[in-house]
Design a protein around this ligand. Structure first.
Ligand SMILES: [Zn+2]
Length: 501
C-alpha cells in the first residue's frame, strides 16, 4: 500500500474564499492570484496618485477589486507582481464600487494598516489566471456613458490608425484631442463575433503598448482582446475608450484569444485593411439636416458618419454630373495642353475615366435644406448604367461637338430619383468642417425610396430597437459633448480617480 500522506496536498491549510466572507473585516486568509494592478490618479487634483487598484481572483474563480491607498503603498509595492499568488488576510470588506467596476462581485476589499499579503511560491495552487467579462455591441450600447462597468471586448482588428505606426492601414483620421489630454492615441475598428464593428480609442500608455506590440510583431496580430474599456459616445457613435486598467492581449496570448483565432478560421488571414467607407460597418445615428449643420458648427473637425432621411428636391445642373478622373486615385484630372494631369499623383494621365459626381438639393420633414454630393458608384445605381456609357450615348446622339455643354445637362436616367425620400448614409470629414460652400458627401444611399420615420417610432425607441436606442442616448449627451469636447475620453464632471491616462 502506498503511504497515504503521499496523496496529501502540500498545502493542507484550507483558505477562505471571497464568497464566504462577510462583515466589515476579514481576519482569515484568502488565497488569491493578483491578476492586475494599476494606479488610481485624481486628474482634478493635479493628477495626484490616490493609490493602487487591484484585481484579485480566488480559488473559486471569484474576482474582486481591491484598493491600497497611496500612504500604505510602500508596504506592498515591491512585492506586487502580476500573476503571482498571495495569502491575503486582515483586510477591510467594502461594498463593491458603484462606478468603473471591473468585477461582478458584491464586495470590494481595502487594505488597512494590518493587512498582510504574502507571496506564495510553493505548492500547486489551481487558481485561474484570468477572468474576463466580455460584452457585445448591443450590450455596450445599452450602458454607454454610464461609467458603471468597465467590461472586456474581443474581436478581429479591422482598422488601425495611430501616430508612429509603421504601417498605417488607412487614411482615416481619429478625432482631435484637445486640452491637456494625452495626445497619444490609437484608433481601431474591431469586428466582434456578433458581426458588429465597434470603434476603439486607446489613450496614453495603452496606445503606446499597442503600438509597441504592433511594431514589434513580424506577423501582424489579427485578434485583439481589450480589458476594462469604457463605452462612450464619441463623435455621436458608440465607442470604447481604454482606461488606465486596460490590458491588451493578442492572437495566442491567452486561451480566449486562441479560441477566437480558431473560430475565425480562414478569415483570420484578412489583414486589417479597410474598405473605403469604414463607417459603413458601424451602427449609425439617425440625424436631421439641422442636426448635421449644428454638428458641423459645434463639433471639432473629425470623421463621422450618420444616417439621414431626406427628400431629393432637385439635381443641381450647374456643378455638372460627371468628371474625368485619374485612373490611379480617382481624383479629378486637370487639362494640361493636349493631355490630362493629376495633381494628386503628379503625373500625366491619358486614360482618364468618366465618373459621376452629382450634387442634389435635399430637404427633410422639418423643412431644412442641404446639398448632398453623390459620387460614382451610388449615382450609377440610380442611373442603372455607368457614367461613360451615358456620355457615349450623348455623343452618339448629339455628335462630338455637343460635348462641351453636356456636363450641365442632367441625364434622364438620373432624374427619376427626384422626388424620392431616401435614407442616406452621410460621411463628414475634416474637409466638411472647413469648407466655404457646404456640401455633404453621401457614402451610400441605404434606401432610395422610403418614407420619413414617424415620431412615435422614435419615442417608443426605448423598447428594444438598438438603432434607436443609440439615437436616443446620443442625443441626450450631444449637447453636453459639444462643449465638453466630444473627443475627450473623460467627462469633465468626474471627481473620481482619473481612469484614462
Ligand atoms: Zn491620380
Amino acid at each position: 500500500m502506498p503511504p497515504k500522506k503521499a496523496k496529501q496536498s502540500p498545502q493542507p491549510f484550507t483558505f477562505q474564499i471571497f464568497d464566504d466572507i462577510d462583515g466589515d473585516f476579514c481576519e482569515e486568509e484568502v488565497l488569491v492570484r493578483l491578476i492586475h494592478f494599476w494606479e488610481a490618479r485624481n486628474f482634478k487634483r493635479g493628477n495626484i496618485l490616490m493609490g493602487l487598484e487591484l484585481l484579485l481572483i480566488d480559488s473559486q474563480s471569484n474576482a474582486v477589486q481591491g484598493f491600497i491607498s497611496a500612504n500604505r503603498l510602500f508596504h506592498y509595492e515591491e512585492h506586487l507582481k502580476r500573476n503571482s499568488i498571495y495569502k491575503l488576510k486582515k483586510f477591510m470588506i467594502t461594498p463593491a464600487k458603484k462606478i468603473y467596476k471591473v468585477s461582478d462581485h458584491k464586495h470590494g476589499i481595502c487594505f488597512t494598516e494590518k493587512t498582510s499579503m504574502v507571496n506564495v511560491t510553493l505548492g500547486d495552487h489551481q487558481i485561474d489566471e484570468q477572468k474576463f467579462r466580455f460584452r457585445n455591441f448591443e450590450e455596450f450600447s445599452a450602458i454607454v456613458d454610464t461609467n458603471i462597468d468597465l467590461f472586456d471586448v474581443i474581436g478581429q482588428l479591422r482598422l488601425i490608425t495611430g501616430d508612429n505606426l509603421h504601417a498605417p492601414t488607412t487614411m482615416e483620421t481619429a478625432p482631435h484631442v484637445e486640452g491637456n489630454r494625452s495626445s497619444d492615441r490609437v484608433f481601431l475598428h474591431l469586428l466582434l463575433k456578433d458581426g458588429e464593428t465597434i470603434r476603439i480609442y486607446l489613450w496614453g500608455n495603452i496606445a503606446a503598448s499597442f503600438r509597441e506590440r504592433w511594431n514589434k510583431s513580424e506577423v501582424k496580430p489579427t485578434v485583439l482582446l481589450l480589458t476594462t474599456v469604457n463605452p462612450k459616445t464619441i463623435g455621436a457613435t458608440v465607442s470604447l475608450s481604454s482606461t488606465s486598467s486596460t490590458r491588451l492581449f493578442f492572437d495566442t496570448d491567452v486561451d480566449e484569444t486562441k479560441q477566437f483565432l480558431t473560430w475565425l478560421g480562414d478569415n483570420c488571414k484578412t489583414t486589417p485593411t479597410i474598405a473605403s467607407s469604414s463607417s459603413a460597418v458601424t451602427k449609425l445615428e439617425t440625424v436631421t439636416i439641422n442636426e448635421i449643420h449644428q454638428f458641423l458648427q459645434n463639433a471639432n473637425p473629425q470623421e463621422v458618419s450618420f444616417t439621414c432621411f431626406a427628400t431629393i428636391l432637385d439635381i443641381l445642373p450647374q456643378y455638372g454630373w460627371y468628371y474625368i478622373s485619374c485612373s490611379t486615385c480617382n481624383n479629378k484630372l486637370e487639362k494640361a495642353d493636349t493631355s490630362m494631369y493629376c495633381n494628386t499623383c503628379k503625373e500625366y494621365n491619358n486614360v482618364g475615366l468618366v465618373r459621376y459626381r452629382i450634387e442634389i438639393r435635399v430637404g427633410d420633414k422639418n423643412g431644412d435644406l442641404a446639398t448632398f454630393v453623390v459620387l460614382n458608384s451610388e449615382a450609377a445605381k440610380i442611373a442603372g448604367k455607368r457614367a461613360d456609357a451615358v456620355l457615349n450615348e450623348y455623343i452618339e446622339a448629339e455628335g462630338n461637338d455637343a460635348c462641351e455643354g453636356i456636363n450641365t445637362i442632367i441625364p434622364e436616367c438620373l432624374k427619376h430619383i427626384i422626388g424620392n425620400t431616401c435614407k442616406f448614409q452621410i460621411k463628414l470629414t475634416n474637409y466638411n468642417f472647413n469648407t466655404s460652400r457646404q456640401t455633404i458627401t453621401i457614402s451610400r444611399i441605404i434606401d432610395p425610396n422610403t418614407a420619413f420615420p414617424t415620431d412615435s417610432c422614435e419615442e417608443n425607441a426605448k423598447e428594444g430597437d438598438v438603432d434607436y436606442q443609440i439615437t436616443v442616448t446620443s442625443k441626450k449627451t450631444r449637447g453636453k459633448s459639444d462643449t465638453d469636447n466630444p473627443a475627450a475620453p473623460n467627462g469633465n464632471k468626474d471627481k473620481r480617480p482619473r481612469l484614462d491616462n
